[in-house]
Write a protein that binds this ligand. Structure first.
Ligand code: CS2
Length: 490
């Protein structure tokens, strides 16, 4: 691939007319945002909102920072940060996004990342580092996490996201600058609150004065992000190269639908996000929880139940009558009633819209992608609902099935020698290999994972229902779905 045949500032003007492109001169923008974790989701979501704004607010271009993996930098730097977004609607659209103007890999370019975080033009740090990137244990910072141990011992040369955020804030304070706003865009309940608490816990250990300054001056808004973003595949790369006439090393794709609800709490100004369609709100009022429980929870349910049925994609799963019916009942009858819904929020209409999105035949969203990191996702996506259903004395049989399916999924992968993509992969593989198929014992082995189950492991009604669900799935998945938990199979 020679650079002349590559998407870049220089080849932008020569793209065929049907390809949408920035309505501003990318080179005339200024970097005002540092984004940690520029995976496909960021590039298909927040970077697109900013791309919509740069014509009128050119001071909010992005410096995209991967903490460890150089792949995004290596793909996008030769392209001046440009890449293509494919919108998977009835009429597919291709759009070149120009909001990322600098791409760094912190592992190799630490000084440049720290300098960027301390730059006076930078007023916002955003994150999509996935659940595990926060190094949390329960609700607080995991002080035993190796990256946190490292960063507390060497705060000037961090490796973790929290370490970088604090190092940047420390440099700004020393330079007499204001702090930046730190905006989590990950699927965690109260994402901003969790990040704030973790950041303060870290800062207090290295410099109490700094911690007090962060507490008083910096803000960590909560946000809810939503857009289904299947991983990039060869089909996409080839389609984009054919349409553009130049190579794009890393295009991304997503459904046309996108939503971003952001708590309007920015300590030093913000991009005019609302003009790009984001909802800015005084309090994001339960939107994050509704999305996490009603979209991500069911996604994970499909991933593990579908895996046991050898189904490949979300749309395929939705074509399976037993699974689709089960999922809809789970959402409408079990999850929706536990939500403390925001005012004016119609949970049943929201469910209908999500089911429609899951059925979108234009999207090949692999269940295997969603199945990643189950140990991180299960607690925030499913166990919160289970906890609330238990407290309200509501039925939990159906809700236990996806959790039991995850256990079977881990067992199957471990016994087949297939590596799990999960920060707890080693422990999970040990448990999976040790399982015998005897429901009581197998479930007990998983429940000992305190980081996943916490006090739920001591809830008798939950444990009993989980054992029933696990046993039923071990016999026949479809039968278990039809009877909610297979209770009648006992
Ligand atoms: C999915 C999410 O991969 C997953 O775990 O549940 O990425 C989901 O597609 C997005 O949160 C949708 O906004």
């Amino acid at each position: 691939m020679t650079d002349a045949r590559r998407l870049s500032d220089a080849t932008l003007a020569d793209l065929p007319p049907g390809i949408e492109r920035p309505r501003y001169d990318p080179a005339a923008t200024r970097i005002g945002v540092v984004h940690l974790g520029p995976g496909a989701f960021h590039r298909a979501h927040q970077a697109v909102y900013l791309d919509d704004l740069l014509a009128e607010a050119p001071e909010w271009a992005v410096c995209a920072v991967s903490l460890r993996n150089p792949d995004v930098r290596d793909a996008l730097r030769p392209q001046d940060g440009l890449y293509t977004l494919s919108l998977l609607g009835e009429t597919p659209r291709l759009r070149v996004i120009g909001s990322i103007r600098e791409v760094l890999c912190a592992r190799d370019e630490q000084a440049a990342v720290l300098a960027r975080l301390a730059h006076p033009d930078v007023r916002l740090v955003t994150l999509t580092i996935t659940e595990k990137g926060y190094c949390l244990a329960g609700d607080g910072l995991d002080l035993a996490h190796p990256d946190i141990v490292h960063d507390l011992a060497a705060p000037a040369t961090p490796v973790s996201a929290i370490g970088y955020i604090v190092a940047g804030l420390r440099a700004r304070r020393a330079a007499g600058l204001k702090p930046y706003t730190v905006l989590s865009c990950d699927n965690l309940p109260d994402n901003g609150g969790r990040l704030r608490r973790a950041t303060l816990a870290f800062a207090r250990r290295i410099d109490p004065g700094l911690a007090a300054w962060i507490e008083a001056e910096a803000t960590f808004p909560r946000s809810m992000v939503d857009s289904i973003t299947p991983a990039t595949d060869e089909v996409l790369r080839e389609r984009v190269a054919a349409a553009l006439g130049v190579e794009d090393a890393w295009p991304v794709q997503r459904e046309p639908y996108a939503q971003w609800v952001v708590e309007d709490a920015f300590c030093d100004g913000r991009p005019p996000f609302e003009r790009a369609g984001a909802i800015l709100s005084g309090d994001i009022a339960g939107h994050d929880r509704a999305k996490l429980r009603l979209l991500n929870g069911p996604h994970s349910a499909l991933a593990y139940l579908g895996a046991l049925m050898d189904i490949e994609t979300v749309a395929d799963a939705m074509r399976h009558p037993g699974l689709a019916t089960f999922l809809e009942r789970l959402m409408r009858e079990d999850i929706a009633p536990t939500l403390d819904a925001p005012a004016g929020f119609d949970a049943q209409a929201y469910v209908g819209a999500i089911l429609e999105r899951f059925r979108n035949p234009a999207i090949r969203h692999r269940l295997a992608q969603i199945a990643w990191d189950g140990s991180q996702k299960i607690p925030v996506r499913l166990l919160g609902t289970l906890h609330d259903a238990l407290a309200a004395g509501r039925p939990i049989d159906r809700l236990c099935l996806p959790v039991a399916a995850w256990m079977h999924f881990v067992r199957r992968q471990a016994r087949n020698g297939v590596a799990l993509v999960d920060p707890m992969a080693d422990v999970l593989a040990d448990i999976g290999r040790g399982t015998t198929g005897q429901a009581q014992d197998d479930v007990a082995a998983f429940l000992r994972l305190d980081a996943v189950f916490g006090e739920m492991a001591g809830e008798r009604r939950f444990v009993d229902a989980l054992v029933v669900a696990y046993a039923a799935l071990g016999r026949r998945v479809e039968r278990a779905l039809a009877t909610d938990s297979g209770r009648d199979l006992r």
